[in-house]
Design a protein around this ligand. Sequence first.
Ligand SMILES: [Fe+2]
Ligand SMILES: [Fe+2]
Length: 206
Amino acid sequence: MQESGFLTDVKTLRERARRHIEQGAVTEGYQADRKLVLKLLNEALATEIVCVLRYRRHHFMANGINAQAVADEFLQHANEEQTHADQIAGRIVQLGGEPNLSPDGLLTRSHSEYIEGETLFEMIREDLVAERIAIDSYKEMIQYFGTKDPTTRRMIEGVLAVEEEHAEELATLLEHYDQTQTPYAGSVSLHQMNQDALPGHKERQK
Ligand SMILES: [Fe+2]
Ligand SMILES: [Fe+2]
């Protein structure tokens, strides 16, 4: 291979691109360990799917206890996690892999947990914990992708930014919530919370 400085010459680039053309976006210049990247992405995919399921459960349960604004927030997060899952699945296919969407072993592949929570406070807290797990694991993935796979890195960076927003919103919700009150019994406090809280929620609805 002829290289001038750190750039590969055009002729070599063209020859390389023609070899193994069936590998699509994965060229000979792909520097990451593709197998490992696919494994990491399938773990991220499972993490997102578990988050979709947990947030959706929380959405319907919060609706049941008449906490509309919080229920809306859960639904919005669920939909954003689904968008992440779709982005990740798309990238897996682009890299020549297969998205693992099998329910078998989903929780083992996922980094975050599926905890239902009995009260609204517990739901918010468990969602916050799950976001914090996702934030840490995505940061590690970003570190690994580095310059070896910048496209995947940028995608996960975008996902990470949204998880950080989610965590921030949940932390704000928790601050507004008095955990000593039982939401199932204390609908007055929930009503009050719907009136007072959720600045982030209101902003994003504009
Ligand atoms: Fe997500
Ligand atoms: Fe999230």
